[in-house]
Every structure is written in C-alpha cells, then in structure tokens.
Design a protein around this ligand. Sequence first.
Ligand code: UD1
Length: 436
Amino acid sequence: MTSYRIVGGKRLQGDVNISGSKNAVLGILAAAMMLDGPCKIENVPDINDVHAMLEICETIGAQITPCGDGVYEIDPTNINTYEATHPKVKNIRASYYLLGALLTRFKKATMFMPGGCNFGTRPIDLHLKGFRKMGAQGTRATDIRDGIIRIVANELNGAHIFLDVVSVGATINLMLAATKANGLTVIENAAKEPHIVDVANFLNAMGANIKGAGTDTIRIQGVPVLPGGYSYSVIPDQIEAGTYMIAAAVTRGDVTIHNLIPKHMEPLTVKMLEMGFDIEQGDDWIRVSIDEDTELEPTNFKTRPYPGFPTDLQPQATVLLCLAHGMSQMHENVWDNRFQYVPELQSMGASISVMERIALIHGPVQFSGARVTALDLRAGAAMVLAGLAAEGTTTITFANRIERGYEKIVEKLRGIGAEIEHIEEDEEHVVPVDDE
Ligand code: UD1
C-alpha cells in the first residue's frame, strides 16, 4: 500500500505547473474511440485514471502509441468490439462514456455498470433516457442484468432532450451519441463544466458539428464521418489548480500556479479574496499569498454545477475553512454523501459538525499530525492539505487513490517546499471506496 508521510508546518513558496484535466481527457479518450481516423492528444496527465482508460481502450482494439511528454497517438480504426467488459470499467466512473462512443460506432454497446458510490447515489438514468430518446433499446433499469448494460439501436436519431438534473456525465455521453446521429440533437439544461467544452472542442476539431457547449443548450448536428487527423491539447485541470491554490493558502505561503485558466478558478478565487488572501493573476497563472498579520475571515461555500463552486474542491476548501476565525458553512448540493472524510479531519483536530448536506466548521484550529486514510481521490487531497498545515507528522494511507487524479503530487509539492514522501506499508483493512 502506498502511503504519504508529511512533516507539516512548512510555508510553501515558488512556482508549480498544472497538468491536463482528468475529467476532460477521460471524455476525450472515449470520444477518440468514435473517430474514423487517428488523432494525437497532447497534455494528457500521467495519472492512474488515464492509465486505466487507455488500457480499456486498448482492450477494445484501439492502437495507442505514447510519444512522450503527455502526447499520445490514438488510432481507433481497428476497434473490433462493442463490448467494454474489462474489469477496470467497474473502477473508473468515466468509463460510462464508452456507452455513447460504442453506440455511435456500432449501434450497440455492452458494458459493466460503472462503479462509484462513495459520495452518494450515482445513477445513470439520464444517460439511458437520452439514448432511448435517440432510438436505443435496452435503456430501462429493468434491462440491466448482472450489472451489465446492453444497448442496441437500429438507427440513432437526433432528439430534443431535456435533462431534469444538470449532469456532467449525461451531457457528455449524449453529446457523443448525437455526434454521428441522423439530424439535429438539442440538449437542454446541459451541464456547462469546462471539460464539456473541451470534449466538444476536441470533437469539432475532428469533424463534428457541436454548438453551444458551455451554455445550457447544446445543439449537435449529426455528421456521417469524423475524419480525425488532428492534434488536440487538453485544457488544464481546474481541480488540481484549485488544490494548489489551497495548498498555498493553508500554509500561508506565496505560490504562483502556472498553466491554468483563471476564469475557471473564479468560484474559488472570489472566496479566497473574501477570506483575506491576496490573489494576483495573469493570462495563465494565479499567485496566492497573504500578509503576515491577516486573520482569515470565515465564509460559506455552496457547491453547484459550473460556474458554481465545484464539488470536487469541497473537501479541500473545508480544510481551508478550518483555519478561519469563526464559524463557516460548507453546503454540498451535488452529492448526498460527500462528508465521509470529516472524521479523518477531526482526528487531526478539526471542529466540524455535519447535518446532512451542511458542514458547520468552527475555526481556527491548529491541525496536528495523525494517521489518516485517503477515503477517495479528493478526500485524500484534503488530507494532504491538512497534513501540510499540521504541526508534526501525518501519514496518509491508501494514497494511491490520490494518484488517480493528481500527476506527480509528491514531486510538485516538494518543488514548492513541502516535506512529503511516498512510503510503502503493509495492507490494512479500510472501507473500500470507489472513484469519481
Ligand atoms: C462528474 C465528475 C465528478 C464530479 C461530478 C459533479 C467525471 C468523471 N466525474 O461526475 O468528479 O463530482 O461530475 O461535478 O467527470 N444524476 C442523476 N442521474 C444521472 C446522472 C447524474 O440523477 O443519470 C445526478 C447525480 O446523482 C448527482 C448529479 O446528477 O446528484 C450530478 O452528477 P453528474 O454531474 O452526472 O456527475 P458525474 O458525471 O458522475
């Protein structure tokens, strides 16, 4: 088992670079499976979820050639099966994008239900209802047998789809299925996350006709062929960037975070300004610092779909609120069970009470080093942040979960002055959890 050992209390200083977006690249890799020719993808982060997705893509027949430095050549022309039943499909949530991609390619898709129940109910009913509107069968809950979904369509036809819940996954999956469908598909109440825009931009670069991604109405005019043939560079990871902004903040450091899109960071930037941090920004960087004597103001966060505050930064922001003077609130509006990490933080000294979807955070506290578990990817990132701010040594078990979504986190943090190292330990029993 990989663990991290952190000696806290070091003020972070210097420069750090952000990698490509996990959630964008996972959608883009699935989208690449629909192309009629090869393509090149750049700025692919070196993270475990990407390794898993690449492996799944290879098992269905895609040829993947790493060219170094986060660049991959992807040739999907020899994909020979509509069945995505590799065991890793169950581990990464984003494997559900292969449903839309394989349905487009074969008018059929067979896949394990994707895993993931660690922070609440994670249905895919909206994905399936949308496919049904486009003419697919096998899309009712009762059609799912032994955890396997089997979808078939004689034709995929454009449709008018209203999502009654704003869903990132359903928006991307339906966009994929509509790309080569007959006629026009309109997705209303679509999610607007940056990675949705990135998947649409990738597909448009490869020959698709998608308009309105990033707004709540996306219009997709089906095209007969997606020639591919181009290079595409993945956008920077909004959540990784936010995690480093908070790392600078919790250590009262002075860090410039490069290769990010400042617009994507606004929901966090505005709150950090409110708390008393100094934030400077340029075209693709943000500097976070704070005056020595500034006392942090408490504040309230509410997670919402983009452009609201991202739920995937909720655990990390909760760590920051523990350092504010007074009572803050964290409202979790996206997932119904995303405060499972709170007892771990409490064992480091946090004073937090959770009432269903609201956490009341009393500060300031001085975290003290402890042995804690990374219960999932972002909960694990929160433990790292608390460890950086803590007095003494923190050991974070199951740190491999953090590496699902953070490229070289240990090296990057060391580069700005953190005392953190990987250690290998014997397995121990913890509650198994799944992914984003
Ligand atoms: C994606 C992200 C995840 C992030 C989440 C919200 C990936 C791989 N994962 O997950 O990190 O936390 O967006 O920003 O990109 N819902 C339904 N029916 C459905 C689908 C969703 O009711 O068919 C509900 C969910 O229960 C949840 C809400 O919609 O309450 C949002 O879920 P969704 O945006 O779909 O999350 P994911 O795409 O799974």
